[in-house]
Design a protein around this ligand. Structure first.
Ligand code: FAD
Length: 600
């Protein structure tokens, strides 16, 4: 009869939604499904349960049972924790979407604006074990059956965005494409006067989101964060030019046999890089290869070889000029990337045909990682006419990752959870200084996180930081240290988000006396890493007495970030005799090789 047909139709429409392979296709199929079921996601408090009641096919139920396991985390208080809180999220990248899902599960009204209308990045993100677990818990495999099958620990950015968008829509996140955030608009008066509260100046200006009043705004718009009020720290390393390249994957048996090159292997296999240089003139510091929807390569190339091979035309000292499109020979760049990929896979990939990017061009690009940016702070509170706004940054806007090491998504999601936790605290009615001090305490941990030093029990992970960070000290930043982040009145003119030369570089004393005893409390190792990648270590927070954990932190970071393998453990070194001099020389010389020429 008719109800059966209705049901079949609903199952079909749900399937369309699950299978949609583009951003627009997902949004369209979702709208059609909602219309068919006579549901409106604007009723965000009841949407998910209504949808669940109406979609009862086995496939839908399998997804609900996954999601139900998540929604019952006690932190969400059955979706009541943030009822009445209104959040605007700028940017629909992986981190904006991941934040949106958490805020929706807390019961907040969540609106995401995304300036583009396609998900087109083929590039592949490395996933830490916890992120794989996290995404599977949100039903990743229901949306994308191949998700992290077997030992696979990566996903293309577009696939990740696609599945996160679907998850977000199911929990009633409002998602608007082709809407660009321009700036925050302050309230024009006190609440009693009934005027608008905090709003966003957006393009197009007549879009309905322009009338959305919010209490929380999250900047998730990537490395060029547009939210005002955050100072940015710049970390200058030695010149680092990364090249990404994507080749078509036809999924043939021959292709399936080719081995991946994972990120941590680099600089050990000196012979590989010497042979590569000898045979092709391509000179690399590292290379990563993942077999995903495309054959994806990311490598750091030495400038001289790019000049020698005609990829870069003139040798400018200014990196922006050096890598400007006029100074790059695109064809030579393609050849360079192809040669590296071919050699790196031992000439086993049968046809190296470039995949296309969003502009219909071969998907090869060159990026400058000489300067990396991180925000000095993760959050602030603004108040005008008694109306408060909680402002937060997540993802690349907060802390820029070095792609060949693939920390973007992993640290990005941790920050998304920490931000959701902050919003929950805010909704509980805690004071701005309390909320900010806790948030900044957590942010101190973020750059130091590695797959080894975060909580091992992923099953227990929630937005509560205590479930994720062992030995957490969530009060290490005091309220009096965050007073400047509570901005009552107009924004001071000096704190623009693009303050690019506000480089903070604390002098660090490197112990030079000997190679053994003075390294034993771990501070010298940490200082060494801090010297070259200051954002990785909060040097001032280290305790001289915790030798083992200092050494282990340095060892873990050196391995994770630079691929330098430790020669012992922190415990081993702290407890034992003085370290063996030759192991120390070998270990330290790896840093030297990596960083020689880095401006002091
Ligand atoms: P993003 O993924 O950058 O998302 C930001 C989103 O905000 C984008 O969708 C953007 O369109 C939108 N946006 C920007 N400004 C506005 C605005 N004013 N209003 C509305 N929306 C806005 N990482 C790797 O590990 N390996 C790689 O090979 C790699 N390649 C990359 C290639 C490119 C071109 C880019 C931009 C990033 C790449 N990354 C790579 C970084 C990686 O994508 C991020 O670390 C990861 O996606 C998490 O970032 P995010 O969500 O914070 O920001």
């Amino acid at each position: 009869g008719e109800p059966e047909e209705e049901k079949d139709q609903a199952v079909k429409l749900f399937e369309h939604f699950i299978q949609a392979s583009t951003c627009k296709g997902t949004l369209n199929s979702f709208n059609i499904l909602c219309r068919h079921l006579d549901l409106d996601p604007v009723d965000h408090g009841t949407f998910y349960s209504s949808l669940k009641a109406k979609l009862t096919s086995w496939k839908a139920k399998a997804l609900w049972s996954k999601l139900d396991k998540r929604t019952c985390h006690k932190e969400y208080r059955k979706g009541q924790a943030c009822v009445g809180t209104k959040c605007l999220i700028i940017g629909g990248g992986p981190c904006g979407l991941r934040t949106a899902i958490e805020l929706a599960l807390l019961g907040a009204k969540v609106v995401v604006i995304e300036k583009r209308d396609t998900f087109s990045r083929n590039n592949v993100l490395h996933l830490w074990p916890y992120t794989i677990h996290d995404l599977k818990g949100l039903g990743a495999k229901k949306f994308y059956g191949k998700f992290c099958a077997g030992a696979i620990d990566h996903i293309s950015i577009r696939q990740l965005q696609l599945m996160l968008l679907k998850m977000a829509l199911l929990v009633a996140v409002e998602f608007h494409v082709n809407v660009e955030f321009v700036k925050l608009l302050e309230p024009s008066g006190h609440q009693e006067h009934d005027g608008p509260g905090w709003r966003a100046d957006i393009r197009p200006a007549d879009h309905p989101v322009a009338d959305f009043d919010f209490d929380v705004v999250v900047g998730a718009d990537g490395r060029r964060n547009t939210l005002e009020g955050f100072k940015r720290k710049e970390f200058r390393g030695k010149l680092a030019i990364a090249i990404t390249a994507n080749f078509v994957n036809r999924n043939t048996t021959a292709e399936a046999k080719v081995e991946e090159i994972s990120g941590v292997a680099f600089i050990f296999n000196q012979k590989f890089f010497l042979d590569l240089r000898e045979q092709t003139g391509v000179d690399l510091e590292n290379i990563v290869y993942y077999k995903d929807n495309t054959h994806y390569f990311v490598m750091t190339a030495k400038k001289q070889s790019l000049l020698d091979k005609g990829v870069i035309i003139h040798d400018y000292t200014d990196t922006e000029m050096l890598l400007s499109s006029e100074n790059v020979n695109q064809d030579a760049l393609l050849d360079y990337a192809r040669e590296a990929a071919d050699f790196g896979t031992n000439y086993q990939l049968p046809i190296l045909e470039f995949a296309m990017n969003a502009c219909g061009q071969p998907d090869v690009a060159m990026f400058d990682f000489t300067s990396m940016y991180a925000s000095e702070n993760a959050g602030l509170v603004r108040e005008r006419f008694g109306r408060q706004l909680l402002v937060a940054l997540v993802g690349d806007s907060l802390l820029e990752p070095f792609w060949p090491m693939g920390t973007g998504c992993a640290r990005g999601f941790l920050a998304a959870f920490d931000t959701a936790w902050m919003v929950k605290r805010w909704a509980e009615g805690r004071t701005p200084l309390e909320v900010l001090a806790e948030r900044e305490s957590l942010y101190r941990i973020l750059p130091q996180t590695t797959p080894e030093n975060i909580g091992k029990n992923f099953e227990q992970y929630t937005i509560d930081p205590g479930t994720r960070y062992p030995n957490l000290n969530s009060t290490c930043v005091r309220q009096n240290q965050v007073r400047n982040l509570y901005i009552n009145g107009e924004l001071p003119v000096t704190s623009t988000s693009l303050e690019r030369n506000g480089t903070i570089r604390r002098p660090v004393n490197l112990a030079r006396r000997d190679l053994t005893t003075s390294w034993k409390n771990g501070l010298a190792f940490c200082a060494l890493i801090h010297r070259f990648r200051a954002h990785l270590i909060d040097y001032d927070s280290l305790n001289e007495e915790q030798s083992a954990s200092n050494i282990q932190l340095a060892f873990d970071l050196a391995e994770q970030e630079f691929g330098i393998r430790p020669f012992t453990t922190g415990e081993g070194m702290a407890a034992g005799q003085d370290p063996d001099k030759s192991s120390m020389v070998i270990y330290l010389s790896k840093f030297y090789e990596l960083f020689c020429g880095t401006p002091m």
